[in-house]
Design a protein around this ligand. Structure first.
Ligand code: SAH
Length: 230
């Protein structure tokens, strides 16, 4: 637990041990987690849980992802520091910070403007290199900076991969990592593109909030209160 609401390096180390135990061995990823104070990305009401390996609410019905999952996804991308990366689902900005430490250029898209603003503020104090924030539908990607070496989707997509994301992926080994499946459960899937050839590999089950957009779930499929009564 976070004592007195103050960050505690010992708590972060114990979180890192839990993440290591879940199979994350890439020291660069673990270092990025070590350098990123997660409590800054969690609302004050939940700060005492910031260094537990749990997803936590961040408003708008969304969550900051579980840290071990953030670490696993980052490890799967095998970033070397030279990549042009697109993140879809900025949320709290926590995964954004981790990606920014390990890449050359980062663009992040969020559909809730309030979360983008909050993430922007959360990230300001970290003195990271510039990040491009986009408010809008990430299922359409972001063509101005394509092609991307890596695209990470941090919300659960329906079984059909959004075509714009495949189109905006670099043909020289570009990697798209996304949870694919039903609204409740998904399979973490990495798609690699060589020329026009696409290869997919799965990395186990996960549970994400839904990816809502033109090439994702439709709002009335996942947010029933939006259904029009006739
Ligand atoms: N990486 C974030 C995860 C947030 S949860 C974190 O750890 O904080 C997933 C986020 O994806 C939510 O903020 C949700 O609003 C966003 N999202 C869902 N569909 C989206 C879309 N089509 N475009 C952009 N963001 C989307």
């Amino acid at each position: 637990m976070l004592r007195n609401g103050v960050d505690d390096a010992a708590q972060r180390e114990s979180l890192i041990e839990q993440i290591r135990a879940k199979g994350v061995r890439d020291e660069r990823v673990l270092d990025a987690i070590r350098q990123t104070p997660r409590h800054l990305f969690v609302p004050e009401s939940h700060r005492q849980y910031a260094y537990l390996d749990h997803a936590l609410p961040i408003g708008e019905g969304q969550t900051i992802s579980q840290p071990s999952l953030v670490a696993q996804m980052t490890q799967i991308l095998e970033l070397t520091g030279n990549e042009n990366v697109l993140e879809i689902g900025t949320g709290s900005g926590y995964q954004t910070a981790i990606l920014r430490r390990l890449s050359m250029r980062l663009t992040t898209i969020e559909r809730f403007p309030r979360l983008t603003l909050q993430a922007y503020r959360n990230l300001q104090s970290l003195n990271l290199p510039p990040i491009t924030f986009v408010m809008g539908d990430g299922t359409c990607g972001f063509p101005p900076y394509a092609p991307y070496d890596c695209i990470l989707v941090t919300a659960g997509a329906p079984p059909k991969i959004p075509q714009p994301l495949l189109d905006q992926l670099s043909p020289n080994g570009g990697k798209l990592l996304l949870p694919l499946g039903s609204r409740e459960y998904q399979l973490l899937t990495r798609v690699t593109k060589h020329g026009t050839r696409i290869r997919a590999k799965t990395f186990g089950e996960c549970m994400f909030v839904p990816l809502i957009g033109k090439y994702g779930w439709q709002p009335d499929e996942v947010e029933p209160w939006r259904r029009q009564s006739r």
